[in-house]
Design a protein around this ligand. Structure first.
Ligand SMILES: Cc1cc2nc3c(=O)[nH]c(=O)nc-3n(C[C@H](O)[C@H](O)[C@H](O)COP(=O)(O)O)c2cc1C
Length: 337
């Protein structure tokens, strides 16, 4: 079934294929043919105060407007991160802005947070079921918001969604919003995360706040950033976003497109970053690993490197639901490393 759909969809331009898939799945949700009860074997995984049915989540960016909500459970995911959402709707960068690197099993995108805005996502979140599937909200800032004013955009996202989202991801690592990554600077991140954690603590329901990092920051700067995140009181880290690097092995003609690279060639880079983060934080600090996971073996490697949970985007595009179900069923409930 997936291989037939893939043949048809891969004949289309990637963004058209993406939108067509979401529209079809949306129809499936409305007709009630998609399961919303998550795949779970025995026991749940507790992390940052949340109870996850399995270790595999949908990464940010696939469902920016919350089209499918908890219907992502149908494909084996235990959780999904909706967004990135910005306070006001925005159209994103000029098309084409998504490129399939078939021979590299990779994607390059420079979408630029195209989304329908926070009010729309709130209305979507209101339709969710509460049946054990975890739904996070991935928050960004509008392109027109200066970095100096960025915290207000993230705060708005938290205040409008805290009733409905199980956790927040603060996205300061997309390469496709000009200067966004500068918010990862140790001083800036400390003040930003500190402010957001104060907002978190004042909200009537305390939702964990994860910080999503890039894979490209120099390893020598990383300890300062991590120290700042820990001191400021964040609940966890997600690593990594897409990379602006272009590893030598890339073969596809599209490899030089501008934007963030994800999928197969990102795996080793993301794995190393997750291991560096875990080495710094020690055990017990919630960490999600994402980047190039396209097999059960790679999922296991990510856990061994220190991730508690994993997220998948490109692997789902290339390998389909079988990958997610295999990951969901085979990754251990209890972690030894
Ligand atoms: C087309 C596309 C759009 C993305 N949009 C977002 C986004 O809006 N917010 C975000 O945090 N990450 C976004 N990402 C990054 C993914 O969440 C993930 O971090 C990255 O793709 C690495 O995982 P993967 O190798 O499994 O794809 C996007 C990735 C792709 C391919």
């Amino acid at each position: 079934m997936f291989s037939v759909a893939k043949r048809v969809l891969f004949a289309l331009d990637p963004e058209t294929a993406h939108n067509a898939t979401l529209s079809m799945l949306h129809l499936g949700r409305r007709l009630g043919v998609l399961a919303t009860t998550p795949l779970t074997s025995s026991g749940k995984i507790t992390l940052a105060g949340l109870s996850f049915p399995n270790r595999v989540g949908l990464a940010g960016g696939m469902d920016k407007n919350g089209v499918l909500l908890d219907s992502w459970a149908h494909f084996g995911f235990g959780f999904a991160e909706l967004g990135t959402v910005t306070p006001r709707p925005q159209s994103g960068n000029e098309k084409p802005r998504m490129f399939r690197l078939l021979s590299d099993q990779a994607i390059i995108n420079r979408m630029g947070f195209n989304n329908l805005g926070i009010e729309h996502l709130v209305e979507q979140f209101k339709k969710r079921n509460h049946n054990g599937f975890i739904l996070g909200a991935n928050l960004g800032k509008n392109k027109v918001t200066a970095n100096e004013d960025a915290e207000a955009d993230y705060i708005e996202g938290m205040r409008k969604l805290y009733l409905y989202a199980d956790y927040f991801t603060i996205n300061i690592s997309s390469p496709n919003t000009p200067e966004l990554r500068e918010l990862q600077d140790a001083h800036r991140i400390k003040s930003l995360v500190h402010t957001l954690c104060m907002v978190r603590d004042e909200l009537p329901i305390k939702r964990p706040v994860f910080i999503k990092l890039d894979p490209d920051t120099d390893s020598t700067d990383l300890p300062y950033i991590l120290e700042a995140i820990l001191q400021a009181g964040a609940d966890g880290i997600i690593a990594t976003n897409t990379t602006t690097r272009r590893p030598n092995q890339l073969k596809s003609p599209q490899a030089n497109q501008a934007g963030g690279l994800s999928g197969e060639p990102l795996f080793e880079i993301a794995l190393k970053r997750v291991a560096e983060i875990r080495a710094f934080t020690g055990s017990g600090f919630p960490l999600m690993g994402v980047g190039g996971i396209n097999s059960v073996q790679r999922g296991q490697q990510m856990l061994e490197a220190g991730a508690d949970l994993i997220q998948v985007y490109s692997g789902f595009v290339f390998k389909g639901p079988t990958l997610i179900k295999d990951l969901g069923l085979s990754l251990p409930k209890t972690k030894t490393s």
